[in-house]
Design a binder for this molecule. Sequence first.
Ligand SMILES: NC(=O)c1ccc[n+]([C@@H]2O[C@H](COP(=O)([O-])OP(=O)(O)OC[C@H]3O[C@@H](n4cnc5c(N)ncnc54)[C@H](OP(=O)(O)O)[C@@H]3O)[C@@H](O)[C@H]2O)c1
Ligand SMILES: *[C@@H]1O[C@H](CO)[C@@H](O)[C@H](O)[C@H]1NC(C)=O
Ligand SMILES: *[C@@H]1O[C@H](CO)[C@@H](O)[C@H](O)[C@H]1NC(C)=O
Ligand SMILES: CC(=O)N[C@H]1CO[C@H](CO)[C@@H](O)[C@@H]1O
Length: 362
Amino acid sequence: MIFLIGCSIVIVVTIIAIVKSKKPLKTLLIEARYELLYNYVGSRAMLQDFFMRGKNKTELLLKSGNTALITGGTRGIGVEVIKMLMKCDVKVIIGCRNIQQAELLVANFRKEGIKTGSVDILNLDISVMESVKQFAGIVKEKYSEINYLINNAGIMFGPYIETRDGYESQFATNYLGHFLLTHLLLPLLEAGGKKEEKSRIVNVSSCAHIVGDINFEDINNRHNYIPGAAYAQSKMAQVLFTKYLDSLFKNEGLPIQTHCVHPGIVNTDLFNDTNLKKFVPVIPALLFKSPEQGAIPIIYACLSPKLEGKGGTYIHNCKIFKASSSTNSEELQKKLFDFTNKLLSIPDFIGKHEKNQIIAKE
Ligand SMILES: NC(=O)c1ccc[n+]([C@@H]2O[C@H](COP(=O)([O-])OP(=O)(O)OC[C@H]3O[C@@H](n4cnc5c(N)ncnc54)[C@H](OP(=O)(O)O)[C@@H]3O)[C@@H](O)[C@H]2O)c1
Ligand SMILES: *[C@@H]1O[C@H](CO)[C@@H](O)[C@H](O)[C@H]1NC(C)=O
Ligand SMILES: *[C@@H]1O[C@H](CO)[C@@H](O)[C@H](O)[C@H]1NC(C)=O
Ligand SMILES: CC(=O)N[C@H]1CO[C@H](CO)[C@@H](O)[C@@H]1O
């Protein structure tokens, strides 16, 4: 019954989207395919959220003295992640575009009675490589160690926009900027990691990676831009990276481990550009997870002792979950890694730390 209602909603939403659009038929057909794929993957993930709801819990362990850095976090899931980290007495560095909003949030947390934790708010536009370099430079001046790097900032769908550096904005925001940031902050992560308690990089990815494909010939998807395809590509790229990077850290013996997390299907502004939220907003309001519930698996990936030594994994509702099998291809992981290093002119991703410094200052 629920299944039938679900299918009808999906079909009706797809038809409305097609009728309302003014694009050529070929583009419309590909868009319709993505719309259906997303609805399928999304509904499946929602069912998983429901059946795994008992697993969606984490302890807020006291981690006094530890430092976390989160990108974004002024809206949506990140807000709740920051709040939980403060409850754990962690020093939180927030890299965001909207400083005032971040200050307001923290003031509210204090009013709500959270006395632990401290917060440092710094300006960062993750989609602009120059901003990432400046931000990383400031962080390196102020801090010597980071224990948790949470690559959270993200955008979904929307029209084709190119960033200042000439990249499609979802690719730049969700993937490239975080690639560069991760690279520049490696020395601090290395310093924060111990053999028995590694530092962690947590990438907020998405179940959407399942429908992703890396379009090396046209990485911006400039020709025939399909928002859903570009989002899925950016999220698949994150999963490929998480896996590749973890094996790199293991080979180099660095005390850092990596995870990617699907937070669940969470009702945030991220869905503003989806047909579902435009035409039937009652569904997200009723059926999606709350931002607080979405933050739980991220905190789990940062803190849970159960994950010690289990890097390179994909977390879904606080369980290690299988990512799509296409992300297991070491060949594809390496191809994308080399491709991205070249794109960003990074000579040696792990390399000598002096080199990192040079790039950061350029
Ligand atoms: N919601 C879900 O169901 C879902 C599912 C799977 C994965 N995710 C992932 O979860 C993460 C968080 O999403 P959300 O649902 O919390 O979305 P959201 O409510 O739209 O929040 C996105 C956050 O990213 C920030 N951001 C966007 N572009 C930025 C930029 N160029 N520089 C700096 N910050 C930027 C936004 O800050 P501003 O206020 O400055 O725009 C905002 O704080 C994303 O990576 C998303 O892909 C979400
Ligand atoms: C997270 O994703 C970024 C790209 O979005 C990548 O550069 C980085 O290496 C990834 N981190 C981990 C731990 O996989
Ligand atoms: C998303 O939509 C809501 C409700 O219409 C609005 O209040 C909010 O500002 C929008 N957020 C973004 C990022 O566009
Ligand atoms: C679907 C979902 O999010 N389920 C649970 C996740 O964890 C929180 C807190 O433990 C519960 O309140 C949710 O019901």
